[in-house]
Design a protein around this ligand. Sequence first.
Ligand SMILES: [Zn+2]
Length: 112
Amino acid sequence: MLEQRKRLEVERRNNLDQIESLKKNDPFADPDHASDNAAVDTDVREQVGHDTIEAEIKDMKKRVEEIDNALKKINKNKYGYCERCKKPVLEARLKLIPEASFCIDCEKRLRK
Ligand SMILES: [Zn+2]
């Protein structure tokens, strides 16, 4: 259990760091952006870059939420149980996805 908590905390920090560095790479975060009279193709490129970064940040924030949820479950001694069927989640699965909230069967069902 301690090992999983450590892993989750490391994952959480990594995700937060990545969110920060992504924000810095966002062309819209460039203070020169508003004042530059760049060509249209540059604007399009910046828009695409911005949208990609926004999407990545959104995914990472969701992951951080899942990690927080898993950490809360560790504190309540409920970690490692499927939130849907309440059965224990396979250890191999938790090793692969420490923040997994569902067992493989439920995950498959929920994705349908
Ligand atoms: Zn389940």
